[in-house]
Design a protein around this ligand. Structure first.
Ligand code: FES
Length: 507
């Protein structure tokens, strides 16, 4: 009998070999499967479906799964071992990776470059020909540090201890080094990678660079080491590249406004604009910049995980089975489900749409309360919104709304004077702007709002063409960080923004 068995994952089409008897939990985590109860067989959150092969049913699974689920092939990944070849459907964990194919101006340089968007959850790297500016290949992966905490603060807590910091540093350097190596292999004889530009939030910056994250774990969450950090391939042990190849982690703008936002400024050319413009990256941590070529203000605001479908009773990522769009036709709701399959949850864009639809129908009142004292609202069986879900969205949208409003006010203009609001990032790429405006997440007429995709990656690509290590100093000198959390005006604006607008008004 062979010592190894093969596992194929659908719909990704990935196949790999593992030692016979390997616990599925040990191998599936790296492919995005989550284990919410820590693998104790209690939460059912790690369900996978057996498409081919045998996974015997355990007593725990009989307690947690019902008979029709078992008959349909559902099993708990935390209970299973690979004792034979298996094909598993893990479609609900599929991650949507937002890459970038925008055109940009550049001065040609020799060799190849790699731009990396180092996210808390996902990693994306693009191989760029520095002669033509063309993207030659893309690699994506999950951030392996997630095994030590899904959210950024638990990552910080783990990294406060020197051993934890070293572990997280080595994990991320190895993961990105592996992606760069695969990209170099894909390039073949087409050239060697001379430059790598990495962007990410300030915690990712510190962890990659091996810097102490303790200042980011305690009030006032300030760090003195968020500047540009440069390495050679030899420093990082990335032996697939020439030893002198330069790897830059771009500087952050503040403790919780990372170089991904600096890249956004570069990508949108905000720093060259005469008129005041805004840039907002919607996520667990909403990051905002307002300004023009002379002066900019930046801030971050804790929006919570609602936009990512987390802490929502039936929330999930934008993957197969997620309701991603909700429309009202007459008195009827129409829900679009990713993968055109039966709904099993709702993702962030679906949540924004659903609440906007509820406001239109009068099912949700401007206070956020469900009408007639209802506790929940069924969107499409079995997916429903609870009062708590609506509350989570109110918290998230109020934080963003208040943050943008306060930066505009501090910059010294009225909201109507902002010429453009750029919306960056994966969530911003998929939300329906009319719905976002209906719930008061953004409060501008839509012809001034532009969705700009993954500006972090675009800005990192642009950085591959700049050789001057001091190029950012002038730009950083024009940007001031505004600590919203300690601003009394922000709290007032935040509370005011909790309710939903009754009617839209142009601003
Ligand atoms: S992780 Fe909770 S049941 Fe498997």
């Amino acid at each position: 009998m062979s010592e190894t068995v093969s596992i194929e994952l659908q719909p990704l089409g990935r196949r790999f070999e593992v030692a016979r008897g390997t616990a599925l939990q040990d191998v599936l985590f790296a492919h995005g499967v989550e284990f919410p109860c820590g693998g104790h067989g209690r939460c059912k959150g790690c369900r996978v479906r057996v498409v081919a092969g045998e996974l015997p049913i355990t007593a725990k699974e009989r307690e947690v799964l019902n008979t029709s689920e078992i008959a349909a092939g559902w099993r708990l990944a935390c209970c299973g071992r690979a004792d034979g070849d298996l094909t598993l459907d893990i479609g609900q964990w599929e991650e949507t990776i937002l890459a970038d194919n925008s055109q940009f101006a550049f001065t040609p340089k020799d060799g190849l470059g790699v731009a990396v968007d180092l996210g808390t959850t996902t990693l994306v790297a693009q191989l760029v020909d520095r002669q033509t500016g063309r993207v030659l290949a893309v690699e994506s992966a999950l951030n392996p540090q997630a095994a030590y905490g899904a959210d950024i603060m638990s990552r910080v807590q783990f990294g406060v201890e020197p051993a934890g910091r070293e572990k997280l540093r080595d994990l991320i350097r190895t993961a990105i080094g592996g992606m760069v190596e695969r990209l170099q292999r894909e390039a073949g004889d087409g050239g060697t990678i001379q430059r790598v530009a990495i962007v990410g939030n300030t915690v990712m910056h510190h962890l990659f660079c091996g810097l102490d994250v303790t200042p980011l774990s305690i009030v006032p969450f300030e760090t003195d080491h968020a500047g540009l950090q440069s390495f050679t391939a030899a420093d990082l042990g990335w032996h697939a590249l020439p030893s002198h190849s330069r790897i830059d982690f771009l500087p952050a703008l503040g403790s919780f406004v990372g170089s991904d936002i600096l890249a956004g400024v570069l990508a949108t050319r905000l720093h060259e604009s005469d008129a005041p413009v805004g840039l907002v990256d919607l996520g667990t941590n909403g990051e905002i910049v307002v300004g023009n070529r002379e002066r900019m203000l930046c801030a971050s605001t804790a929006a919570g995980p609602a936009f990512e479908g987390a802490r929502i009773s039936m929330g999930m990522r934008a993957a197969t089975g997620a309701i991603s769009e909700v429309r009202v036709k007459g008195d009827t709701l129409t829900c679009h489900v990713i993968g055109n399959t039966a709904p099993r949850g709702i993702c962030g864009s679906g949540l924004v749409d659903a609440v906007a639809a509820g406001l239109e129908l009068g099912t949700i009142q401007p206070t956020g309360r469900l009408a007639d004292g209802a506790k929940e609202w069924v969107l499409a069986e079995p997916v429903r919104l609870t009062q708590g879900d609506i509350r989570e969205l109110q918290l998230a949208k109020a934080a963003i709304h208040a943050g943008i409003g306060l930066l505009i006010e501090q910059w010294g203009i009225q909201p109507r004077e902002l010429s453009t609001l750029y919306i960056a990032g994966a969530f911003g790429n998929y939300i329906n702007l009319t719905s976002a405006r209906r719930i008061g997440l953004i409060d501008f007429d839509l012809d001034r709002v532009r969705v700009v995709g993954n500006t972090a990656l675009l800005g990192a690509k642009m950085a591959l063409f700049d050789e001057d290590a001091n190029q950012y100093a002038g730009l950083l000198g024009k940007i001031d960080h505004v600590p919203l959390a300690s601003d009394a005006k922000f709290m007032d604006a935040y509370v005011d923004a909790m309710t939903f607008p009754e009617n839209r008004s142009e601003r």
